[in-house]
Ligand binder design. Structure first.
Ligand code: SF4
Length: 252
């Protein structure tokens, strides 16, 4: 585990201990003068740590990363590794910033995505955009959005295990190149593919997972939320956890 991950884990555990030790009604906590002075210095230390982790990349490194992603997108566009190449209009590679701190990973393109060549542009895409823009308070262009599968399965059927295996190396390469600080897996396919598990979204959400050293949070796919709007609240809790992890301000 790297130092940053260790620091976050210690911070999470400390928060949990503080929550448990707090006054049941007022939520206040008695600490020693030494701890008080350490806590008062914490925001400045945190700001310093954040500045270090999100230091702007040099233009040359950024260009190199963009070029590598463009080259990967070209390879995907020519891919015929599975039968989905027969029915696709075009491949759907990604949308957003190659230097994003947060990557959303979905399942596979739908008909609108297949038509436009951009992930999450149909009704579910609009909901994801609302989550990013209205909920998180940032522009959609500031995150990176992609799918496990790059070609539309006919009639929006679920991708087969063979198709996931065939396409997964492209996702792994994308995530290696983007190097986000956090990943949000949208729905069962993304979660299962990234975490190599058969567990349900319901049992995977609400806690942090690890994908190759990158913290990963699981939440519901926007298509599911369109059918089950009552679960939007749970997704908002998941998104808030991601924002907290990234040190983003959470709207009241
Ligand atoms: S789904 Fe993936 S592996 Fe299959 S043809 Fe498309 S890009 Fe290639």
């Amino acid at each position: 585990m790297d130092r940053e991950a260790l620091y976050r884990e210690i911070l999470e555990e400390t928060r949990e201990l503080a929550r448990r030790a707090a006054h049941p009604h007022r939520g206040t906590l008695h600490v020693s003068p030494e701890t008080k002075s350490l806590l008062e210095g914490a925001p400045a230390a945190r700001q310093k740590a954040q500045a270090a982790t999100s230091a702007p990349e040099s233009p040359a490194a950024s260009d190199e990363r963009e070029a590598a992603l463009a080259e990967l997108a070209n390879r995907v566009a020519a891919c015929r590794q599975c039968g989905l190449c027969e029915s696709r209009r075009q491949t759907v590679f990604a949308d957003g910033s190659p230097t994003a701190r947060l990557v959303f990973v979905g399942e596979a393109p739908g008909s609108e995505e297949d038509r436009q060549g951009v992930p999450f542009v149909g009704r579910a895409g609009q909901l994801l955009t609302d989550i990013i823009v209205k909920g998180m308070g940032i522009r959609r262009e500031e995150v990176y959005i992609c799918n496990v599968i790059k070609c539309r399965p006919p009639d929006n059927r679920n991708p087969s295990p063979e198709e996931v295996v065939a396409c997964e190396p492209y996702l792994i390469e994308q995530l290696t190149l983007v190097q986000p600080e956090a990943i949000c897996a949208l729905g069962a396919y993304a979660a299962r593919s990234l975490l190599k598990t058969e567990a349900s979204v319901g049992s995977l959400r609400g806690k942090w997972h690890d994908y190759q050293g990158i913290p990963l949070r699981v939440t519901y796919h926007p298509s599911y939320l369109l059918r089950n709007p009552a679960d939007k609240r749970k997704t908002w809790e998941d998104i808030q956890a991601v924002m907290q992890r990234l040190g983003m301000p959470i709207p009241a």
